[in-house]
Design a protein around this ligand. Sequence first.
Ligand code: 8GT
Ligand code: MG
Length: 135
Amino acid sequence: MTKKVVNVAVGVIIRDAQFFVCKRAKEQHQGGLWEFPGGKIEAQESVTQALARELKEEIGIDVHGSEHLLTIEHDYGDKQVKLEVHKVEDFSGQATGLEGQPSQWISWCELKQLAFPAANVAILDALAQQYDEHQ
Ligand SMILES: Nc1nc2c([nH]c(=O)n2[C@@H]2O[C@H](COP(=O)(O)OP(=O)(O)OP(=O)(O)O)[C@@H](O)[C@H]2O)c(=O)[nH]1
Ligand SMILES: [Mg+2]
């Protein structure tokens, strides 16, 4: 039987070569690890609608534009996810963890040191193509 895939909109928020990341709560799936903000795409919602809604709810920013970076399908065993990852550089508002989650703006060097869920390895690989050359 094929497992139900959870579709997720994920935003890599970038400003002045800094990245905004949040820490997942212990009780969440992949809890205690860092994440790019985002969440489940609801029925009838497009990826960009879900992205805008989740980023407003979780970190309080208004997304004005985003660019698809990559799509990742990953099977965690207990859960199968499809991450629609977008780069978000055009937004307004101050990014903050509105749900009590720790959050921070960090450099590319610092980002590479953080513990992320396994599916995120592909996100870091995609970003490396752009950001490693500036080292
Ligand atoms: N937001 C986010 N989710 C990720 C990342 N990487 C990754 O594997 N996921 C997985 O994507 C799934 C859905 O994300 P989510 O838990 O943020 O969904 P949500 O905001 O709708 O949460 P909720 O279930 O509390 O309503 C989780 O199973 C999570 O482990 C990431 O970088 N950001
Ligand atoms: Mg979320």
